[in-house]
Design a binder for this molecule. Sequence first.
Ligand code: FMN
Length: 211
Amino acid sequence: MKISVINGSPKKGKSTSELMIKYISSQVGEGNDVSIYGINKGAVKYVNLKDIKNSDVLLFAFPLYVDSIPSHLLQILIELEKQKPFSKEIMVYCIINNGFFEGEQNHIAIKQMKLWCDATGLKWGQAIGVGAGEMMSFIADIPLGHGPNKNIGIAIKRLSNNLMNKKSGEDIFVSPNWPRFLWKIQASFFFWHPRARKNGLKIRHLKRKQI
Ligand SMILES: Cc1cc2nc3c(=O)[nH]c(=O)nc-3n(C[C@H](O)[C@H](O)[C@H](O)COP(=O)(O)O)c2cc1C
């Protein structure tokens, strides 16, 4: 089976989308022809549309931007839509990750992807909405299905099983198995605050409300 994976994170370095692709590839890679395309390498130019047209499965892994699909990914979706009609049935699966704790934040982007599938003539498979995306790399050494990675492990397994059988499934929303209040403290002090300082911002700038 030919599986085309599109990493929709614009980050040049490591991203949560990349980690999600690593997780899914470990379960569906064997015996399948998996090609991974990275949007961070220059958008449409690097995505072989012909190759994608011949796929049995398309898997999109991307971050949530403003409750929606990031605009750089839209460019690829538009180009793919121009390729219709497709001569074979292509299933679409998504793993969308977001910064807030709750994976449910991704429900609008999932709906957008479903509408795009309808418009493009592709068959919807399933999506996972992953919350606390920036935490995922900190717990990447913990095996899937265990500790804070318990729910994400279960979700990845379900999606992988459906993907390998080209079946559709219920969308799944997950957050790490971790207390929300702890995540909030850790994310502020060990991630967002240092990152703000690195970019020349003070903590009070993060709390400023736009009107
Ligand atoms: C421009 C921008 C908009 C974002 N909008 C949201 C949002 O609406 N909701 C949310 O929970 N996270 C939002 N985030 C956070 C990202 O979804 C989050 O950091 C994600 O884990 C990044 O994934 P990646 O490492 O795969 O790029 C936003 C990030 C950026 C840069």
